[in-house]
Design a protein around this ligand. Sequence first.
Ligand SMILES: [Fe+2]
Length: 274
Amino acid sequence: MRGTGPSDAEGFAERFDPFNDQGSLEEEMSARSLMELTRREMLTVMASAGVATFVGVESTTEGEAMADSMTTPPAYRGSHEPKPLPFDPSKLRGLSEKLLRSHHENNYTGAVKRLNLIQQQLGQMPKDAPPYQTGSLKREELIATNSMVLHEFYFGNLGGDGKPSGTITDLITAQYGSMGTWEQEFRQTGLSLAGGSGWVVLAFDPHEKATHTYWLWDHAHSLAWGTPLLVMDMYEHAYAIDYGANAKSYIDAFFQNIQWDEVSRRAEQTKVRY
Ligand SMILES: [Fe+2]
């Protein structure tokens, strides 16, 4: 049975406005105008404004590349940059530096690079291409995007002392009755994914207007509109280097290193937004 949430948690839903992060109409119109410039027009504008000289672009090839970049709509630029690990990977308990660097450099960074290539390919798709080709790339785009996003949440909630405190404990207790009840279900959800793939995500659910733990079979599963607060990677690449197939010991290590301050910060940010 769900407990009674704190008063400010109830305010989440009252202020819930999914569109409040959108840019202004003026910004949108400005971006559209830029996109509507042709590559040739952009080169002319750049030359007349002395942009190439100002930014040190000396060759025509570089200038053309810049013009191509500026005239390509953002959706097709593929310009995502991997973020560095937010902690010293030699300092975590029970998760080796070798494991963490391999995970970050191969799986996470690989997803970011893959997403960039996919979006650039979508931008080059012929207008008469069969729909299934677009659909295949759109499916891969979703998978790579969620892999990038979930890995950033995952690494972002590691590097702490594993001791829960702050806003998040109030929200979890309000939803589950106790931290122990929540942790038991979160761990069991992780074990249900052992030996395969997936994620366990404690999210803010705007429909229920509360925090809730969700099971994600792969990168394409996620709660519609949910905001991740605590993310645990259950793909074998997240633990096999240190633990082989022993997912239980990995989950123990994960809990020892949770950065609860960051989880609470996400919860506070969610309250401000919603
Ligand atoms: Fe991963």
